[in-house]
Ligand binder design. Structure first.
Ligand SMILES: Cc1cc2nc3c(=O)[nH]c(=O)nc-3n(C[C@H](O)[C@H](O)[C@H](O)COP(=O)(O)O)c2cc1C
Length: 163
């Protein structure tokens, strides 16, 4: 697959952790792959149509106790995928997700499964494995950058120099 030149990340973040990971991906892309068009949007501002923008779409969320039960999506991502965009057909769009959680919780990073199921059930194509961040992202920047590098390489079908 080639000619994947635009990336759209839609994310929800309550305490800023997912946002920090998205910041890190954005910084990597802008520094190392300036030809790639990068767009980011908060889930609370996104519509169903927005989910279809970009050659590759990434959904980002932490794991929360939305609805009173642990192991759920962030409430804004939950609203987007289960309400606003519950009938979207991705028509094999290349997609993946960024998911966060904390090892103090039994349903650790369970939002990954919710996002993967959403992508699968709505006819998206998993493009690269999800980026799963356990605990605070601060200090985990290298992992995020390596993942961003693999993503960019697959989009461009070329090997990028090591960071
Ligand atoms: C009320 C609450 C419930 C949470 N539930 C879970 C959970 O079930 N599983 C998990 O892995 N992390 C859980 N977390 C941890 C968050 O997912 C983690 O802190 C994440 O990095 C938050 O991302 P955000 O700041 O982008 O929203 C919970 C945190 C809070 C405050």
């Amino acid at each position: 697959m080639s000619n994947l030149s635009s990336l759209h990340i839609i994310y929800a973040s309550t305490s800023g952790h997912t946002e920090y990971v998205v910041d890190t991906v954005e910084q990597y892309m802008k520094e190392h792959v300036p030809t790639l068009s990068f767009e980011r949007q908060r889930a609370e501002q996104a519509t169903a149509e927005d989910l279809l923008r970009g050659d590759v779409v990434i959904l980002g969320s932490g794991t929360w106790n939305t609805g009173g039960i642990e192991g759920q999506l962030n409430m804004y991502m939950h609203d987007l995928v289960h309400q606003k965009a519950s009938t979207v057909d991705f028509m094999k769009k290349p997609m993946t997700c960024i998911s966060l959680g904390d090892d103090r919780y039994y349903f650790r990073t369970r939002c990954t499964e919710h996002l993967l199921r959403y992508i699968r059930e709505h006819n998206g194509m998993l493009f690269v494995p999800p980026l799963i961040i356990v605990n605070e992202p601060y200090g985990q920047e290298e992992r995020v950058q390596r993942w961003a590098q693999k993503l960019a390489e697959k989009m461009l079908e070329e090997t990028l120099p090591k960071t």
